[in-house]
Write a new protein. Structure first.
Length: 294
């Protein structure tokens, strides 16, 4: 709707690695972005500036999930691009988008041109970038919004499913004297990735709700096979749970491993990318606390 203003849900802390990667990929040798010593001794800033084209791309990228995902045909152009305040390593960017115009396409039936005004701010709400942009978009519902093509890249959707696990576990705790000691949460990937981040959020909430510590245990390697082996070998006492990602579904096609062992030990109803889930046991004595998050 023309005149609407959207404050986008995603935020991003920028790093010097962002600067280095973007500058290298665009063959930009500007020391203002990649040479800290130069910036400390030769510039008024005293530190590297974030590459302005990276800032522009980040600002536009942040709005996609809320405004244009699955509908854009082409980006027709940008104008009035401004960078009102320097952006530095460690700054956190949040963005807004205002719809300032729209019309139907004269040459493409079923398409229209929307005009956006994007703005990006740092953590102190200083305007670091803005531009007006005109994408050519499909009118009506996005293909990605149809049930058969729904693909959630949204961390909040992941966490909603994770909190379903909290409800299942705390209901179990009310019915039984459980847990009486720490619970182990096996994470099938190394620290720092999206699955690890979700797992640690789950662990913190579980600890609060259950009154016992939930200890994250990263067991990365072999696309999650190592973690599944650890879970299967754990004592059948309900004190070990494991997160599973899409990798578990494709492992039999990649690795020479008998995944039937895992499937007979665990009832695996459905696998979704980066969705935390508990696996309901086929054996009555394994993981009595588990309910799949669906």
């Amino acid at each position: 709707m023309v005149g609407s203003l959207t404050e986008h849900r995603y935020t991003r802390t920028v790093t010097q690695m962002d600067n280095m990667l973007f500058s290298n990929m665009t063959l930009n040798p500007q020391p203002l972005h990649i040479d800290r010593h130069f910036c400390e001794t030769e510039t008024e800033w005293g530190q590297p500036l974030m590459n302005s084209l990276f800032t522009l791309g980040l600002m536009i990228g942040i709005q996609v999930s809320d405004m244009t995902v699955g509908t854009t045909i082409a980006n027709l152009g940008m104008q009035d691009v401004k960078f009102g305040h320097p952006l530095f390593e460690g700054d956190t960017v949040h963005c807004t988008t205002e719809v300032i115009g729209k019309r139907e396409s004269k040459s493409r039936p079923g398409a229209g041109i929307v005009e956006f005004h994007h703005r990006a701010y740092n953590q102190d709400n200083k305007l670091v970038a803005e531009c007006r942009r005109r994408p050519l978009s499909r009118c009506g519902r996005s293909r990605l919004e149809t049930p058969e093509r729904t693909r959630s890249a949204d961390m909040r959707a992941t966490l909603l499913k994770a909190f379903g696990l909290l409800l299942a576990l705390t209901t179990m705790a009310a019915a039984q004297d459980y847990p009486t000691r720490a619970v182990r949460l096996i994470i099938p990937f190394a620290p720092g990735g999206s699955v690890d981040i979700v797992a640690r959020l789950i662990a913190a909430k579980l600890g609060d709700r259950l009154g016992q510590q939930v200890i994250p245990d990263n067991r990365g390697g072999a696309g999650g096979i190592i973690a599944m082996e650890q879970a299967v070998k754990a004592p059948a006492d309900g004190y070990t749970i494991v997160l599973v990602s899409l990798a578990h579904a494709v492992n039999p096609s990649i690795y020479k491993v008998n995944c039937d062992q895992f499937l007979t030990e665990w009832q695996h109803r459905r696998t979704a990318p980066q969705h935390a889930r508990a696996m309901r046991a086929t054996c009555s004595d394994r993981l009595p606390l588990a309910e799949e998050l669906t």
